[in-house]
Write a protein that binds this ligand. Structure first.
Ligand code: SF4
Length: 1015
């Protein structure tokens, strides 16, 4: 089809030529041929992105035409035109300098702003404002225009703020003697208009551009009278997705004046699959035709969870590559690659597939950006110890062991400020980390600090090594260096961490040869591929959820300022989806998730329904990965590692050789995998059978232990593996001591001191002396807290208040008990073989018991009662002593009789946190129960003399067995009491060693009485 010129003004004779048509109409071939026809005139081809530049250059190279043509983006065309007109680009802001100037203008104007004052304090504000200024400037709008509009428009105070910020930026830019890309673009147009006839003859071709800014249109308008300008446009009259979208641009070009318009019809020969051609043609049509589904051309992938989707895509990509496809003929299109692309990229990389993730990454999310921002925050900003640790944990170059030590120290001392933390570091190392010293030294000189930040980032990037880290470090270094070059733009020291948040970098840029591209549909809308995956086809993702309105301007304000209306979001999303359908020549994969990782429903994209409307009715078989698919099928495994996992998941008895045969593994791969699987199985078997210990040095060391504490024996009885890890391997926790331990130590010490001091004169608190005991108790808590440097933070003060409460309740209980012949006798009394001990360890059947008894009360007749304080809400009654692996109380009763020559009549645990049940539990000889009635003893804790002897004998026997097992190194995952007792084989809920012992924590079968309990 040919159209006549539609513009009849003074430029009516200009040779602007338009080639319009849908995708697959051969517009690229036409423009290439037209370009080759004028190769001797040094033509310029303008394409949307740098990737398109690489692609076209490659194609032109193949045609031998690269020497006669220049391929560039619109930015490059402005530069070329300006340089041809005699201008230079050496005083034009780089993107970092422009953002710096905008940030500086925001900082300068902030206190004078009205409605935008609060938003202007947010870290992302300068970047958002930069977007608005880009739009205003590319439309030729100046600060004065905005200011004038502010006087007449709705929301004038708001627009006045925008005008002030815009003017502030323009004033700073001009004062520094710089232009920005928009000023430069307008200068190029002006030069062309003033002396273009002498300076410009080169034909210009525009391909793949579906949006042009007013400045770009102005350049075309200025070029058109001087040379041949040929533009392609994705436009087709009557096409649902294309007509409405491209009509405004067509109108703009027609307004300039189209000399010749050529409509390129869709050509089925450009697509291998009739079904793919059909989808592109019919999408969005009112009454579309339908075709039978051809699963070779259109594949539906339905998965559960983002990882499942990434694995399903990875598997299909691996299949394609295995079948001989070129990686750079595969594209994975994601509406938001910055959000969804990483997982897909990492899964593909783990399968050995090279990828190019074309997503903008904020450098603040890289290890380098995060670490650098944390360093600056620690030294110059918020000054928190956590910031310092975050820096150290990044690519700081310091060894993890040093940082572990440091973090442990900070946590244990509850250090919160970076200054205090650095003092601890310097105390041990003599000097601060070198990066800290450099930042401190440059702190007062912004330009120098920016240079130091650039150098630290570069060094961190080299250490981190990963591609994205090196790129991120490079982007930071460039931005900081460029800012430092213009002194007024050097960032304020405390603002650098926030400014890092505004820097972004492409995870991949440049030629994507031999790589699978993961990309936004907008970036590839001018390209074609053999195979295309459209991923994350979810409602709200593609199409995006509505409501992303302009954060600054309403539609009315835009119109008043001469900005074009915002595109209708729905038709824009449909346009992009249509572009996706037009991308593949051979096969299209439409991938979506029907649930998240937890099985929660996820809504697929309505675009899938639109595709469905174009297919004849019928059942569609969707491939994909469900929630139960943890590994791939052996025959499908997309990589060596995945094959190893697939076979390993079949269990230890699965024969590797036939499975490797089934998977078609090469002999070399099969050999490697057999070795790996055998090693993994051996390692797994070893962890399943952790004992007995066999290393003679370890067994000898265990056998040589002479004396044992009651808690050690109880710990071994509870679970020997847990005892071995906690007692012998002794992993050091990073955190401060748990609150319960701190509370316990203070309560024990305070009670010991109180009963020694006897405030008010009574050996035990009585109602008359309780006040004195309580007062002294509070004083003791304060003294003990001061000794432990506790009480500064609110959480510590709350802890101490709880300790005072526990103490007060216990003393109250004691005062209410009334008269008893038993009075405190021994307090925190130790017995051991240590030199300073006054009482030796107790010899029992070839081993020795040592310990320290909280308190022993004695009656004048020599009868003695052991008391044990527990910071717990429940304690163990007599009948559960063995079931709960309790031995200490009984062993202390034995010690009491033998070492102090007393007559032990019982032992009681006090639950200091008990609320409803506060009476002590344990065991008491029946003939002493009457004298201890104030304790409200439970009947089941009162035992006959013979029974007490039996219980003590039983404890002695159990302790002897435990010692024998310990000495022989019989370590196993054997939680709970002996078989037949409740909770045998059940791990206690407080044990968090499962990741070390790797025991499945699923509960064992309930015992009969447990079932009874439940009834
Ligand atoms: S998780 Fe269970 S088996 Fe493992 S150490 Fe703890 S108590 Fe023992």
């Amino acid at each position: 089809m040919r159209r006549g010129p539609t513009y009849a003004g003074p430029l009516a004779t200009m040779p602007l030529k338009l080639i319009h048509g849908p995708p697959n109409s051969g517009r690229a071939g036409r423009i290439r041929r037209a370009l080759l026809d004028v190769l001797d005139q040094d033509p310029i081809l303008v394409v949307p992105t740098l990737d398109d530049v690489y692609d076209f250059e490659r194609e032109l190279c193949a045609d031998g035409a690269i020497l006669g043509a220049e391929v560039t983006t619109f930015g490059g065309l402005f530069r070329t035109v300006a340089v041809a007109g005699g201008s230079t680009a050496d005083r034009v802001f780089t993107p970092a300098q422009r953002l710096g100037a905008i940030a500086a203008a925001v900082a300068e104007q902030r206190d004078r702003l009205g409605p935008l004052r609060t938003s202007a304090r947010r870290p992302g504000f300068p970047r958002s404002l930069a977007g608005l200024l880009d739009e205003l400037q590319s439309a030729g709008v100046e600060p004065a225009n905005v200011e004038a509009a502010a006087g007449t428009l709705e929301g004038s105070a708001y627009l006045a703020d925008v005008a002030a910020l815009f003017a502030g930026y323009a004033e700073l830019r001009d004062r520094l003697g710089f232009a920005d890309s928009h000023v430069f673009a307008r200068r190029a147009v002006a030069l062309l208009e003033s002396n273009g006839a002498e300076s410009w003859r080169r034909p210009v071709f525009l391909y793949g551009l579906d949006d042009l800014t007013p400045n770009q249109l102005a350049l075309i308008r200025a070029l058109a009278p001087l040379t041949q300008v040929t533009a392609t446009l994705p436009y087709e009259r009557g096409h649902a997705a294309l007509e409405e979208r491209s009509a405004p641009l067509l109108a703009s070009l027609e307004e300039i004046g189209v000399d010749e318009a050529e409509a390129a019809p869709a050509d089925p020969a450009n697509t291998d699959s009739p079904l793919l051609f059909h989808l592109e043609r019919e999408l969005g049509a009112q009454s579309p035709a339908t075709l039978p589904h051809d699963p070779k051309s259109v594949v539906f992938l339905r998965s559960a969870g983002a990882r499942g989707e990434a694995e399903a895509i990875g598997l299909e990509v691996a299949r394609l590559l295995d079948a001989g496809a070129d990686p750079d003929e595969i594209a994975i299109v994601v509406r938001d690659p910055a959000r969804r692309g990483h997982l897909i990229a990492s899964v593909l990389e783990s399968y050995g597939v090279p990828v190019a993730l074309e997503a903008e990454i904020e450098v603040a999310t890289t290890a380098v950006g995060n670490s650098l921002a944390s360093l600056l925050d620690a030294v110059l900003g918020r000054g928190r110890a956590t910031d310092l640790l975050r820096y150290l944990r990044g690519p700081s170059g310091l060894s993890p062991e040093r940082i572990d030590w440091f973090e442990r120290r900070l946590r244990r001392r509850r250090v919160r400020s970076a200054a205090e933390a650095l003092a601890i570091w310097e105390e041990r190392n003599g000097e601060p980390p070198s990066d800290v010293a450099r930042v401190r030294e440059a702190a007062g000189r912004p330009a120098e600090l920016a240079t130091v930040a650039a150098q630290i980032a570069t060094a961190m990037g080299a250490r981190a090594g990963a591609e994205i880290e090196v790129r991120g470090a490079g982007a930071i270094a460039t931005a900081m260096t460029e800012r430092a070059e213009v002194l007024d733009l050097a960032p304020a020291p405390s603002s650098i961490p926030r400014e890092l948040a505004a820097i972004s970098v492409l995870a991949w840029s440049g030629p994507a040869e031999d790589r699978v591209r993961i990309v936004d549909p907008r970036r590839v809308r001018a390209a074609r591929f053999e195979n295309v995956f459209v991923a994350s086809l979810q409602d709200g993702e593609f199409p995006r959820a509505g409501g992303r309105s302009d954060p600054f301007l309403s539609e009315r304000q835009r119109a008043q300022l001469g900005l074009p209306p915002r595109r209708d979001e729905e038709s824009e999303e449909r346009y992009l989806f249509h572009a996706c359908l037009a991308l593949p020549r051979r096969r299209l994969y439409l991938s979506y998730r029907d649930s998240d990782e937890n099985g929660g429903a996820e809504a697929p994209s309505p675009f899938l329904d639109e595709v469905e409307r174009l297919l004849e009715p019928g059942e569609r078989h969707a491939r994909g990965r469900g929630l139960a698919d943890v590994v791939h099928r052996v025959a499908d495994a997309p990589s060596e590692d995945e094959l190893a996992r697939a076979i390993a998941a079949l269990g230890v008895d699965a024969a590797a050789v036939p499975l490797l045969d089934l998977a078609g593994a090469e002999p070399e791969v099969a050999g490697r995998l057999e070795t790996r699987l055998a090693a993994a199985r051996a390692a797994e078997a070893a962890t399943r059978a952790p004992g007995p210990l066999s290393n003679p040095a370890v067994v000898d060391a265990l056998g040589a232990v002479d004396a044992y504490g009651g808690t050690t024996l109880e710990g071994f009885d509870l679970c020997s593996y847990r005892w071995f890890v906690s007692h012998e391997l002794a992993p050091q926790p990073l955190d401060p001591l748990p609150d319960s331990l701190i509370q316990g130590s203070i309560v024990h010490a305070a009670l010991c001191a109180l009963y020694e001091e006897r405030p008010g004169g009574d050996p035990l608190p009585r109602s008359s002396s309780l006040g004195a005991w309580l007062t002294r108790g509070r004083e003791l808590v304060a003294e003990l807290a001061a000794e432990r440097s506790l009480g500064e933070s609110p959480s510590e003060r709350a802890l101490l208040a709880r300790v005072e409460g526990l103490l007060a309740r216990f003393l109250g209980d004691e005062a209410r008990r009334g008269g008893s012949p038993f009075e405190p006798w021994l307090l925190e009394e130790g017995f051991s073989d240590a030199e300073e001990a006054t009482t030796p360890a107790l010899e029992i059947d070839g081993w020795r018991l040592h310990g320290a008894i909280d308190r022993v009360d004695r009656a004048p007749d020599g009868r003695a009662l052991v008391l044990d304080y527990k910071v717990a809400s429940k304690v163990t009654p007599r009948e559960k002593l063995e079931e709960e692996a309790k031995l200490q109380l009984q062993l202390y009763l034995l010690a009491l009789g033998r070492l102090w020559d007393a007559e032990p009549v019982g032992g009681l645990y006090h639950a200091l946190r008990g609320t409803s049940e506060r009476r002590p539990r344990g065991l008491v000889r029946e003939d002493a129960a009457a004298d201890l009635h104030g304790y409200g003893l439970s009947k089941t804790d009162v035992v006959a003399t013979e029974e007490l002897d039996e219980l003590l004998d039983d404890a002695r026997r159990r302790a002897g067995e435990i010692v024998a097992r310990m000495r022989s190194g019989r370590i196993d995952r054997d939680p709970g009491p002996r078989p037949g007792l409740r909770n045998h084989g059940v791990c206690p809920p407080f044990c968090d060693f499962a990741p070390i012992c790797r025991r499945d924590r699923a509960p064992v079968e309930p015992l009969a009485d447990e079932e009874d309990d439940e009834r």
